[in-house]
Design a protein around this ligand. Structure first.
Ligand code: GLU
Length: 512
């Protein structure tokens, strides 16, 4: 495939939903696979829905996922500007061209008139009023009014919109890479507004003009845009650009984890899972959302997970780096069926990535989390800690949650287990163990283990009598990595100090 130029074209109307990130990812993968260009275009022509901060959120989310655009706002490129609000004149120019060629017309109907008409239709039982070829002659537009009247209205400064004149009785077909041939009956299509009263284009007009001028080869976007494609095909045709029309690939819906219905931004809050890449702070709590990043995901896991929401390589392999995804990606292998947002699978991916990461990288990643808790471990300590914990975490913050006792004393003891395992009369033996450990010259995992075992033999005790108590004394819990390795890392002084304190604490716990 040559000259692949694809675009991710979000509207800055709020946080970018995770489905948008998937769209960006698929565009990126296709571009990189074919040595093409991945373009970011900001579709900000709807001033009423513009949300400050949304554009920088989009850029940050793409950067976090490693999906760096080759062209875009703030990046540059030969086809800019890449913000639609900065391209107004272009859309006006082409809309006028459509008027001149008879494919579009001026419409003077005021919002009040349109509402009244809609109401009147409702009373007649038609709840779905469309401004289309069946009614356009009855409306206030340059097709129904005389030339002079139209001219007079235009010169008087009366507000107007420009609408596409959709042809009657035609089948509009488009070949979609995912869905095959998709056909629309033109009588079902309304005369879409192309240019609004404020002189701004609508999505349809701006999108087509830009895809053409930016030499877009493939339009890869969510299924919700499939129905707009009929209008887009008509626009390409009317502008005389049919030969340059990009290929379309409409991505399957992302479904709720239950598989019932489309994943919505509210599902995140309902299910306690992120459905946005990064935290988003809205004007009120209902409009604020947690992000994958802040949840503690590794962006590589997010890319891998998202890649599989609608695509699969047709093999058993599930773990793909971004480079491997680029290699394997194929538009033909995108499925039609909705893809379930399986959060457990996302967690599984994250675990796989964390486990496969070297300790040095992990240490650098989690250092800020540990420092935020007031600890400054050495690199060596932190790396060793990561090595011991990485198979026991799902998210990055779990390193702290599950292993905080490597940095400070246990906050509480697992009393339930203590009640079963600790008896005040054990104190003398455990004091002896403490002393024996303190006397070790070689405070290494193997030597510690040997000493504990020797102690057990002397007292005819089993692992189950000793290790849970040691563990609880050192970490508060019975879960964790190898206790002997943990002791080595904590060091003899810290182990001794904690044992001393814990034994005293244990005596205050009522045991059965
Ligand atoms: N601005 C549209 C959106 O917000 C772009 C759709 C398209 O890719 O054509 O998703």
């Amino acid at each position: 495939m040559e000259n692949v130029r694809v675009r991710f074209a979000p509207s800055p109307t709020g946080a970018l939903h995770i489905g948008g990130v998937r769209t960006a990812l698929y565009n990126y993968l296709l571009a990189k696979k074919h040595g093409g260009t991945f373009i970011l275009r900001i579709e900000d022509t709807d001033q009423t829905r513009y949300v400050p901060g949304a554009e920088s959120y989009i850029l940050e989310a793409l950067a976090w996922c490693g999906l760096q655009p080759d062209e875009g706002p703030g990046i540059g490129g030969d086809y800019g500007p890449y913000r639609q609000s900065e391209r107004k004149e272009l859309y006006q120019k082409y809309t006028l061209q459509l008027i001149e060629s008879g494919h579009a017309y001026y419409a003077f109907d005021t919002p009040e008139e349109l509402d009244a008409r809609r109401e009147a239709e409702k009373e007649k039982g038609n709840h779905n009023f469309k401004y289309d070829g069946s009614v356009r002659e009855e409306m206030n537009n340059s097709l129904s009014l005389s030339k002079e009247e139209t001219q007079a209205r235009l010169s008087s400064g009366e507000p107007y919109t420009i609408r596409l004149k959709v042809p009657r009785d035609e089948i509009v077909s488009v070949k979609d890479i995912v869905r095959g041939e998709v056909s629309f009956q033109s009588n079902e299509l309304d005369d879409k507004i192309l240019l609004k009263g404020d002189g701004m284009p609508t999505y349809h007009m701006a999108n087509i003009v830009d895809d053409y001028l930016m030499k877009i080869s493939h339009v890869i976007r969510g299924e919700e845009w499939l129905s707009s494609t009929a209008h887009h095909v008509l626009l390409y045709r009317s502008l005389g650009w049919e030969a340059q029309m990009p290929q379309f690939a409409h991505l399957p819906l992302i479904l709720k984890p239950s598989g019932k219905g489309k994943l919505s931004k509210r599902d995140g809050a309902k299910l306690g899972i992120p459905v946005f890449p990064l935290d988003w702070e809205g004007d009120n709590p209902e409009d604020s959302f947690p992000g994958f990043r802040e949840f503690g995901f590794d962006p590589r896991a997010v890319d891998n997970f998202l890649a599989f929401l609608g695509w699969n390589p047709g093999t058993e392999q599930e773990i793909f780096s971004l480079e491997e995804l680029v290699e394997a990606f194929d538009l033909q292998k995108i499925g039609k069926a909705g893809a379930k947002f399986d959060f457990d699978k996302a967690k599984w991916y994250n675990q796989q990535y964390i486990m496969a990461t070297d300790n040095k990288t992990l240490a650098a990643t989690i250092r800020p989390l540990i420092e935020a808790k007031g600890h400054q471990p050495s690199d060596a300590y932190l790396e060793r800690f990561c090595g011991m914990m990485k198979e026991r975490v799902v998210f990055y913050p779990d390193f702290w949650e599950n292993g905080y006792y490597f940095f400070e004393e246990a906050k509480e003891y697992d009393e339930k287990t203590l009640r079963k395992k600790w008896k005040p009369e054990f104190r003398a033996a455990f004091d002896e163990l403490r002393q024996r450990l303190q006397g070790l010259s070689d405070y290494q995992e193997a030597a510690i283990k040997k000493e504990v075992e020797a102690f057990m033999a002397d007292h005819e005790m089993k692992y189950g009598d000793v290790l849970p108590i040691l563990r609880i004394a050192l970490s508060g819990t019975t879960k964790g990595p190898s206790i002997f390795e943990m002791m080595e890392l904590l060091g003899s002084e810290e182990v001794d100090r904690r044992l001393g304190k814990a034994y005293a604490d244990f005596d205050t716990i009522k045991t059965s």
